[in-house]
Design a binder for this molecule. Structure first.
Ligand SMILES: [Zn+2]
Length: 99
């Protein structure tokens, strides 16, 4: 499984492939939470009850980091199994010239 490199929407450079894990919470606050002065450490990032009760199944999402300007994009539209993420990672490593 390969993955096309993504161009940075801000500076058009090629972004570095990475992965976001379903086990990691993404720091994101909505505008109304910020207006209400909700602190990021507050319970807004606690997993919902069903996620605490059900067995955890690892899922990954392809992500892209622009090392030049810091834009970070995560492809939440498609989750990847551990095997799919590993295959994509190997393809990306194989496509990267040796340093
Ligand atoms: Zn950029």
């Amino acid at each position: 499984m390969s993955h096309e490199p993504m161009q940075c929407p801000r500076c058009q450079r090629t972004m570095a492939l990475g992965f976001a894990s379903s086990a990691a919470t993404i720091p994101r606050l909505t505008p109304d939470q910020v207006v209400a002065f909700v602190h990021a450490d507050h319970d807004v990032h606690a997993p919902p009850l069903w996620k605490k009760l059900l067995p955890h199944v690892a899922a990954y999402f392809a992500s892209h980091l622009c090392e030049a300007c810091g834009v970070y994009a995560i492809e939440f539209h498609r989750s990847l199994s551990s095997d799919e993420a590993k295959a994509m990672a190997r393809a990306a490593l194989d496509a990267t010239p040796a340093r």
